[in-house]
Design a protein around this ligand. Sequence first.
Ligand SMILES: Cc1cc2nc3c(=O)[nH]c(=O)nc-3n(C[C@H](O)[C@H](O)[C@H](O)COP(=O)(O)O)c2cc1C
Length: 356
Amino acid sequence: MLTTEFLGYTLKNPMMLTEGPLSGKKELIEEAAGSGPGLIFTKGIRPEPVSSPVPYMKVYQGSLMNADWSCIGIDAWEKVLHELDIPVPLITSIAKNYVDADTAIIMAKRLVKAGSKIISFVDYNPAELVQTVKLARPVIKVPIMVKLPPFLPGLEEILKQLVNAGIDAVAAMDSIGPGLVIDSETGEASLGSGDGSGYLSGKAILPFTLKYIYEISRFVDVPVVGVGGVTDTEGAVKMMMAGATGVGMATAPMLKGFGVYNDITEGLEKYILSHNLKSISEIRGKTRMILQEKEVSEKFRAEIDEALCINCGLCLKVCYSNAINCKENTYIVERASCVGCGLCAGVCSKDAIHFN
Ligand SMILES: Cc1cc2nc3c(=O)[nH]c(=O)nc-3n(C[C@H](O)[C@H](O)[C@H](O)COP(=O)(O)O)c2cc1C
């Protein structure tokens, strides 16, 4: 039900562990591999060992800010690759943004020689990514993918160039930033980086990733890995509906433990059964198809279902066009005053408000 074809591998499920502290060393990768994900990306690999100024993580409103660029260095990664024996595919992720294209190719060759079966390049500069893939394609004989930063202007053209250069898959996106978390008592920045800034990941960024994956999967035919903000089954379903073949997570397993993979895959199986599907791949791109045929209108207006309404009055409180009245303990929308904004439906805990 959950098996997913990806770059010549049959993954047991579409869930992936992406670059982060949990895939930064051998013991954690082994633990992760036994905990449910269908595939693992290593933490970003750099030429030398690097550590991050501490603290480099701050939980922020249920999400996470990080300034973590630590790495054990490529020599240590070669050793890990020689020794690792795990039952799921491993993608070695090269932190291209810290090196030039020639150095990235040398690193890729070393990693492939050490046993890497898939290479990914990560860079915030799209021109550098295109150049790197162009150089890598003739000399790297394993699948090559790239991970894109958030909000790339000129996305369609960049994707075209990356596909022409020879990418086999694309992942998006990295954490969003830079941002600053400030302690209101002391005025100090919460992270240890030089300018105190960090990058946001976790559930707060899901809507942005969904839109990005929706756009990317419109423009390319290669498989897309959606990463950013997925923390539960519902998020994973939405990511695939937006167009993702694989669904990556970095923050959720850090905050919830590796058990989150089994929770989500069990949830996906239940979703398949309750929606009469044969395979999870049937939902891929569903939102794209719906949006293509969507009827755009300014005429829809709210209606309250009396049978579901519990008379809490929240809809009346938020209605800034004064379209909701309460008569004899029954809430009614005055169609002529309603502007159809949707706020009332958004605050209704009973899903009693719909649009007609
Ligand atoms: C602490 C931390 C370290 C990360 N390190 C890397 C990295 O080395 N390379 C990389 O490409 N992405 C890195 N990421 C980004 C994640 O792989 C992922 O793209 C991003 O966090 C969004 O996914 P999430 O919301 O599931 O965490 C890191 C994220 C976190 C939270």
